[in-house]
Each structure stands twice: as C-alpha cells, then as structure tokens.
Design a protein around this ligand. Structure first.
Ligand code: DX5
Ligand code: ZN
Length: 257
C-alpha cells in the first residue's frame, strides 16, 4: 500500500500537509520508528533531535510523566515547545499522567502532533480521544501490561493509534515482557476485524533482537529509547538498525499472511 506521507518529505512539510493531522492517512504496511527522547541526554535534547532528522525516524516519542500515574517525572509543555521550535519531525506525546483531559489543549498548543493517553487514567476515554482529534492531533490510547486488549475494542474507531505497553511504564531501559506480544496480536486482529487503519504501537524494551517479533505480531510503530540513543554509533545508527530489523519482520508478516 502506498503511503501519502513519507519521512523523506516530512521535514518542513508536516505542518503544511493538506489534510488535518488527525486524518493523516494510515500506512498499515510500513513500520515506523519512533525514538523515545526519554533515553536521550536531557542536556542536549536539541542535538539529539537534529541527529535523527533524516536518519530513519518518522516521529519523536515524547514521554510526559507526572510522578503520580507513574513514579517518575519527565518532560512538560516547555520541553514540547522547545522541540517544536527545533524540529519538523512529528511530535507524538505519550501522556503518563492522571486526569489527562485537563492538559490536552495546553499540549496541543505547545506543538503536539499526536497525543496518547492511558486507558487507566481516562475515565471517559472515548470523549478524551474525540477531544484530541478536535484539537487537530492524532489520538492514541495506551494500555499497561496488566490491562487486557479488549478494553480498547469499543474505542478503536476513535483512535489513530493503539499503544500496547510492553513494560510497566515509568522508566526506560527495561526488558520487553514477551507475553505482551500476544496482546499486540489481539489488538491487531481487532483493528483488522473492524476494518480500521489504526496504528498499533509497542513501547518498552524494543530492540533489534525483538523488533521482528513485534512486527510479526502486528506492530506498525516501534517506540525505542535505549536501542536508539544507546547505540554506540549514535541515535541515527540506532534508528537505522531497528529499521533493518523491522524490515525482516515486515517480510515475515507478508509471508505469513
Ligand atoms: C517508559 C516510556 C518509554 C521508554 C522506552 O514508560 O513510555 O517510551 O522511553 O524506553 P526503552 O526503549 O529504553 O524501553
Ligand atoms: Zn512512551
């Protein structure tokens, strides 16, 4: 399937796109790499972002933590504004915060292209997702490892992205929980059953050893922090290595199907 949006044309073009961001055409046959800035050097975030432009990353994954929903603090709106100034890569915010509805407008105004909220933190998830789209952002719904896939079934049509956490959120550098890949397959099957273009994303412990399994299970977006920013040859090389690993997965999935 041809994609109407490509990383090679993204820099400088994302905000000029003729369609609203929330209706960005899906691309189910390609795998996207979304480096998580959580693993970058916080003192040199702008440099990290520049290193990734044109280097195999289609978007940036920005983890927002409030010290309540998860036991850690990270980026806030000022960091998002800074990133918006520094790059044209799409900014995908992963809100690991309680009561996300209170902050949607602020993060959208700060420059978010996509906002993902947790099922476990949003009482009226469908309303929250709808609001995110109204703000011209791509809407994402995430579930932690202890939450079953089926809670997403009734909101998938309001989602541009379904995020299956493959670790307990809060910290980078953890190991992917293998059982979560079965959950990815469940989400993928439901997305396909409903005939949706919703992206299926995994986040946590993704590396070149398991990227293939993630893609075979049905993932279309790989979030990776340590595997990208911990690569000995730098983040662009880390993103490229993941892309190579995921290409194998794409081929394997096509073969299986
Ligand atoms: C953790 C974050 C992840 C994290 C992944 O709660 O949501 O995005 O950065 O980092 P790695 O790839 O190191 O597991
Ligand atoms: Zn994340």
């Amino acid at each position: 399937m041809a994609c109407s949006w490509d990383s090679r044309t993204a820099v400088g073009g994302w905000h000029d796109a003729p369609v609203p961001r929330s209706t960005w055409p899906p691309c189910p046959d390609a795998v996207r790499i979304a480096p998580s800035l959580l693993a970058a050097d916080f003192g040199r975030l702008a440099d990290a972002v520049r290193a990734l432009e044109g280097g195999g990353a289609e978007r940036l994954h920005v983890d927002v933590m409030d010290g309540v929903f998860v036991p850690n603090f990270t980026f806030g709106t000022d960091t998002v504004r800074m990133l918006r100034r520094e790059t044209s890569l799409p900014l995908e915010l992963h809100l690991m915060i309680v009561d996300p509805d209170r902050h949607l407008e602020t993060f959208a105004e700060a420059g978010a292209d996509g906002i993902t909220v947790h099922y476990e933190a949003a009482t009226h998830l469908h309303r929250t997702l709808t609001r995110i789209r109204e703000l011209d952002c791509r809407a994402g719904a995430a579930i932690v490892p202890s939450t079953p896939a089926l809670v997403l079934d009734d909101v998938l049509e309001a989602c541009d992205l379904a995020l299956v956490m493959t670790i307990d959120p809060g910290y980078g550098g953890q190991r992917l929980i293998p059982r979560m890949l079965a959950k990815v397959a469940e989400v993928r099957a439901e997305v396909d059953r409903q005939g949706l273009g919703t992206e299926v994303e995994v986040d946590g412990g993704v590396d070149t050893d398991n990227a293939r399994a993630c893609v075979v299970a049905g993932t279309t977006v790989l979030v990776a922090g340590t595997a990208v920013f911990g690569h000995p040859d730098g983040p662009a090389a880390g993103a490229r290595a993941l892309r190579e690993a995921s290409r194998v997965g794409t081929a394997a999935r096509s073969g299986r199907d």
